[in-house]
Design a protein around this ligand. Structure first.
Ligand code: COA
Ligand code: AMP
Length: 630
């Protein structure tokens, strides 16, 4: 079948399309139908089926003869170690860890926070939760204790699974003190913390609360897979929204299994047994879907890479891993490729490796700039496919269905809508835009299986954030257009979310932290262009009247504040003191005008600006830190 035929089938008969797709996973009880309309634009998929995520990702492969196949390859240039786990070994480990959780009273529906670096145990932790129907919430290691505390209070975990440390090039990230700090900040207290002691920095355990990872598993009964309803939450993954409070995206079990399975062949061109590698982190959605679940559900081998694109030890690391582990399809963020390109622009490192195993490179997480795509294409000699998706959807909204039918690549476009996604461009009044016309990118409801049915304990926020602007449509928060051939183009965010090195961050959250500084009267954070990270945050600070301390001291305190309260991942390093913020007469801060000035782009003086002179002052201030060169 062609892409067009498959897409049309998903639009014309979603029920039939997804019921057929659901045959690819194992059910304890098949669902009676696919779509459940819960009213008021809320939907669920496969709600009355019974299945288990871990069974589909692990046990069924052992049962059907893949027990000896590698399930996980751990390649860790930061520790100088490599190891492989077969599906049979993974099954034993996951059943034991799940048994340890059960022994501590964790049962179906309980939440478990996972705070771990890129080690196989992170996947084992996710799968152990799925095995017993516990709902995991993985927290990225680059966040500060306070961010972890917010998540602890929101999802109220019964248990936390953590590692003693992570390893960033040149420094050990001590997870345990961070975890202790977070538990102290939080109102909710978990009953137990199970800690993986890493030899690089073992942690002190808190008696009565903390258990050693291996000791906790001694003498326990390995746990069996617990069948859960199709709409049972598999996990909660927090992501940035407009305000400081992160949104807890809920992933429903069955839809996620069915949809992820579909993508492995049709998008990523993998057959069971092939090695698939997503160089991301388990703390992000890419890590959930494409380091852990999708490759395992599909019977592939997944690579867990604990390193960076450059410096661990060099810009050839990616190419080494691809050759050494026979990687078929490779997925990373454009930033990572830009980092390699910056270090090795001529691609000399690549010449040292035989990459004939590689079929394609997939990019997502942020805008893929044409230079990066072309450079990678020339270097690797394989197609480079940009694809667009969000934490909320869990997999591709628009991509190139290369395993079904490789469509011509148009650089600058992530290609076309995937089955089940009725992507439409709307103007502010909700009218459909003609091809080539910019507007809000929306998806006509219902969203396909696997996408978020709601936010954790926050259905009103779910409605307000995604469903209220355009009734009957899901608002993606991105703006763009569709061309005459149906190719989508992603141009910008319509909210306060910025994308730094493929990491999604909220400028609103940073503003809340800066506004808490005693000398800051008012502030604005915007995302300005950065050649490596795509965007970086820039803070403009107006000081309280009468403050006359050196500005450098105040900006340094502000940088530290964001690092301490949000985390190093925010990469907040640019802060400027200004007299006033540029505003409209009604008081709205002209953030997009600041961005244009910083990026040296053309802009029209906003007609409603209160005080045009301030823009020149801001331009001059930005020039002192190397921006506004245009
Ligand atoms: N745990 C603790 N700290 C972390 C972390 C983690 N898991 N990940 C990043 N950090 C820290 C970094 O050490 C850095 O700290 P520093 O300010 O002390 O240097 C800070 O957070 C910012 O990190 P990052 O934005 O990653 O910048 P970098 O300069 O360290 O590395 C790249 C730049 C391009 C190499 C890196 O951003 C990268 O590999 N990006 C790809 C992103 C990606 O895969 N995204 C997933 C979406 S698909
Ligand atoms: P996240 O939820 O962290 O995956 O971030 C999702 C957001 O990242 C999207 O809404 C886009 O703004 C941006 N994004 C992700 N992939 C792409 C892409 N291929 N092209 C442009 N923007 C992207």
């Amino acid at each position: 079948m062609t892409y067009r035929e498959v897409y049309q089938a998903s639009m014309a008969d979603p029920e039939g399309f997804w019921m057929q797709a659901s045959e690819t996973i194992d059910w304890t009880q098949k669902p009676s139908r696919a779509l459940f309309d819960r009213g008021e634009h809320l939907y669920e998929w496969f709600a009355d089926g019974l299945t288990n995520g871990c069974y589909n990702a692990v046990d069924r492969h052992v049962a059907t003869g893949r027990g000896d196949q590698p399930a996980i390859i751990h390649d860790s240039p930061v520790t100088g170690t490599k190891s492989t786990l077969t599906y049979a070994e993974l099954q034993t480990r996951v059943a034991n860890l799940a048994g340890a959780l059960v022994a501590r009273g964790v049962t179906k529906g309980d939440r478990v926070i996972i705070d771990m670096p890129m080690v196989p145990e992170a996947l084992e932790a996710m799968l152990a939760c799925a095995r017993i129907g516990a709902v995991h919430s993985v927290v990225f290691g680059g966040f500060a204790a306070q961010e972890l505390a917010v998540r602890i209070d929101d999802c109220q975990p019964k248990a936390i699974l953590a590692a003693s440390c992570g390893l960033e090039p040149g420094r050990i990230v001590e997870y345990k003190p961070l975890l202790d700090g977070a538990i102290e900040f939080a109102n909710h207290t978990p009953e137990v913390c199970i800690i993986l002691q890493r030899e690089q920095s073992p942690a002190d355990l808190t008696p009565g609360r903390d258990l050693d990872w291996h000791e906790a598993q001694q003498g326990v009964t390995p746990a069996d897979c617990v069948p859960v309803e199709g709409n049972h939450p598999a996990y909660i993954l927090y992501t940035s929204g407009t305000t400081g409070a992160p949104k807890g995206v809920v992933r429903p079990t069955a839809g996620h299994l069915v949809a992820l399975h579909w993508t492995m062949k049709n998008i990523y061109q993998c057959d069971p047994g092939d090695v698939f590698w997503a160089a991301s982190d388990v703390g992000w959605v890419v890590g959930h879907s494409y380091i852990c679940y999708a490759p395992l559900i599909h019977g592939n081998t997944t690579v867990v890479f604990e390193g960076k694109p450059v410096g661990t030890p060099d810009a050839g690391t990616f190419w080494r891993v691809i050759e050494e582990h026979n990687v078929r399809s490779f997925f990373t963020a454009p930033t990572a490729i830009r980092a390699v390109k910056r270090e090795d622009p001529k691609g000399l490192e690549r010449q040292r490796y035989d990459l004939s195993c590689l079929r394609a490179l997939y990019l997502a997480g942020e805008r893929a700039d044409p230079d990066t795509i072309e450079w990678a294409q020339d270097l690797l000699g394989v197609p480079v496919y940009d694809h667009w998706w969000q934490t909320e959807t869990g997999y591709t909204i628009a991509g190139n269905p290369a395993g079904l039918e490789a469509l011509p690549v148009k650089i600058g476009s992530p290609t076309v809508a995937m089955p089940g996604y009725d992507v439409q461009i709307l103007d502010e009044a909700g009218h459909r835009q003609a091809p080539g016309t910019l507007g809000a990118i929306t998806i006509k409801l219902p969203l396909p299986p696997g996408t978020l049915p709601t936010l954790w304990n926050a259905t009103d926020r779910f409605r307000n954030s995604y469903l209220s602007t355009f009734p009957g449509y899901y608002e993606t928060g991105d703006a763009g257009m569709i061309d005459d051939d149906g190719y989508l183009y992603i141009m910008a965010r319509t909210d306060d979310v910025i994308n730094v090195a493929g990491h999604r961050l909220s400028t609103g959250a940073m503003e809340e932290v800066l506004a808490g500084h005693p000398d800051v009267a008012e502030c604005a954070v915007v995302g300005v262009a950065d050649p490596l990270k795509g965007q970086v945050p820039l803070g403009l600070l107006c000081l309280t009247t009468g403050v006359n301390r050196p500005h450098g001291e105040i900006t340094a305190e502000c940088v530290k504040r964001v690092r301490d309260q949000i985390g190093p991942v925010a990469a907040f390093k640019l802060a400027l003191v200004v007299d006033r913020l540029p505003k409209t007469r009604s008081g709205k801060i002209l953030r997009s005008t600041v961005v244009k000035i910083a990026d040296g782009a053309d802009f029209k003086m906003p007609a409603t600006i209160d005080d045009p002179a301030i823009l020149d002052e801001i331009r001059t201030a930005l020039q002192t830190i190397g921006y506004a060169k245009g």
